[in-house]
Design a protein around this ligand. Structure first.
Ligand SMILES: [Zn+2]
Length: 225
């Protein structure tokens, strides 16, 4: 067994999830350079971003692990578009740590922003569900599918204005099944937070299902100018 794991390390060495550098023996997920230099996102539930910085309609708080730039951006791009599904394990550990810091008293549901059936079919996986499952394994807390995507949307980054982004996602999500969330605190996971239009629309549906609180947590957040 030891020989097998040694052989695995030789053939498929563990790499930094952000820059792809081969990790040293004592490193996990991130290389020493990225651990120091990765652009950590500084705001959270207990330390909110400056007013007007975020769109938190139907949401109670937002936090992320990093800013969406440099190697973080490249890494998430590989995760979403280049079939690097295994990155979900490392991201999952980082997001799980963030959740433990942010919600010391815990939460009732862990769920994710789903992609459409068509996109899932093309890509072969729903990257945000993989992230949620990886986070769930770390926290020993099973994620639950609460939302489904009922309408295809165009990529949000192609929408020029906040209004266009809102219109693009309006009515795109629906409750997955009749789950009563009355009085529950829900943590919603996504890969990137850009303008919050998608997260807010999901928050609106979850509140409609009765949720008392909806918190959005992502791997990365776009930096505000
Ligand atoms: Zn690195």
């Amino acid at each position: 067994m030891m020989i097998l794991s040694w052989l695995g390390e030789v053939l498929y060495p563990s790499k930094c999830i952000l820059c792809g550098r081969v990790l040293k023996k004592q490193e996990t997920d991130l290389c020493g350079v990225c651990r120091v230099n990765a652009p950590e996102y500084p705001y959270s539930r207990s330390k909110p971003a400056p007013k007007g910085n975020l769109n938190l309609r139907f949401l109670d708080s937002f936090t992320a692990v990093w800013y969406y730039e440099g190697d973080v951006r490249k890494s998430i791009h590989r995760f979403k578009f280049c079939r690097k599904a295994h990155l979900s394990t490392g991201y999952g550990r980082m997001v799980a740590l963030r959740l433990e810091e942010t919600f010391p008293e815990g939460f009732d549901y862990l769920t994710w922003v789903p992609v459409s059936g068509l996109r899932r079919m093309r890509r072969g996986y729903d990257q945000t569900e993989l992230l949620a499952r990886a986070v769930g394994r770390e926290l020993r807390f099973a994620p639950v599918r609460l939302l489904k995507k009922v309408r295809n949307t165009r990529p949000q980054f192609q929408q020029a204005t906040p209004e266009a982004r809102r219109a693009n996602v309006a009515g795109a999500f629906a409750p997955c099944e009749k789950i009563d969330l009355t009085g529950k605190r829900v943590v919603l996971l996504d890969d990137i937070y850009t303008t919050g239009a998608t997260a807010s629309e999901c928050g609106r549906i979850l509140r409609g299902m009765g949720a008392k609180e909806v918190h959005i947590v992502t791997i990365a957040a776009a930096r505000r100018r």
